[in-house]
Design a protein around this ligand. Structure first.
Ligand code: GTP
Ligand code: MG
Length: 237
């Protein structure tokens, strides 16, 4: 066990990487470091801003709709900017040029926002309000709730383009929005574990996939049932 109170020496490999080579002028070294890192950093920052803009839109919709319905239709929002490694691996896998321009032109899931709701009808209502906004342009819509994937996966996927405002002006950014119920989210996170477990024997993998598919069906029925109960409760008031 590592003693947390002990001062751990710096990783020599890390230090080595950041050391200017012998005889290197420190100003030139920093210049080079900035020339290499700044454009990448700036691009990732653009995506981070797009994520913040979209997240704010959903937070605002949640607050406003909660006045009407006396409840918060959104259960949680999770966002991420795709890791640089995953960005580069995806470009390579697709046989696309590996450059910043290529990322912005070809990838539409670098900025990702996942909106989780309790009830399916809230999910579609929020989608409608979101897409009605002037600065949200729908690029692609895939409804895996109406048309589940063979795996059993259910979610509503939107690719939108939305502006961010930088020091150099307005810039349109792609954002992938995944909308799902709590039950769909629960299912997807377990199925994701199976998907990325590479050392399973094929028979076990097939069996688990089939059990998961059955779970997805059951879970969808539960979503419907809960919605019916909530609707009846609302009528009773
Ligand atoms: P990517 O190139 O992987 O982004 O796929 P795509 O452009 O064909 O889009 P698609 O709508 O199929 O999936 C996008 C994202 O949805 C994935 O990156 C996952 O986060 C999620 N997803 C899609 N299918 C599944 C699935 O069967 N199981 C799980 N757990 N997640 C899925
Ligand atoms: Mg993706």
């Amino acid at each position: 066990m590592m003693d947390p109170h002990k001062i751990v020496p710096a990783d020599p490999a890390r230090n080595e990487l950041m050391q200017p080579r012998d005889g290197t002028d420190i100003d030139r070294y920093l210049e080079q470091l900035h020339a290499d890192f700044d454009p990448v950093y700036s691009m990732l920052m653009d995506y981070q801003c797009a994520v913040m803009e979209v997240e704010t839109k959903f937070n605002i919709l949640n607050s406003r709709l909660s006045i009407q319905g006396e409840r918060n239709p959104i259960e949680s929002i999770k966002s991420r900017v795709k890791a640089l490694d995953s960005i580069i691996r995806k470009l390579q896998k697709l046989g696309l040029p590996i450059s910043l321009d290529s990322v912005e032109k070809n990838l539409r899931d670098v900025a990702g926002v996942r909106v989780v709701c309790s009830f399916i009808d809230d999910l579609y209502q929020i989608e409608e309000c979101f897409l009605a906004q002037e600065d949200v342009k729908l690029i692609q819509r895939k409804d895996y709730i109406q048309n589940p994937k063979p795996s059993g996966y259910r979610s509503l996927h939107l690719i939108v383009s939305t502006p961010i405002y930088t020091e150099n002006g307005k810039k349109d950014m792609f954002v992938e929005v995944q909308m799902r119920t709590i039950a769909m989210d629960f299912w997807a996170s377990l199925e994701h574990k199976l998907r990325y477990k590479k050392d399973l024997d094929p028979e076990t993998a097939r069996q688990l996939a089939s059990e998961l598919e059955a779970c997805a069906e059951e879970s969808a029925r539960l979503d419907q049932k809960m919605l019916q109960i909530r609707n009846r409760l609302q009528m009773e008031r």
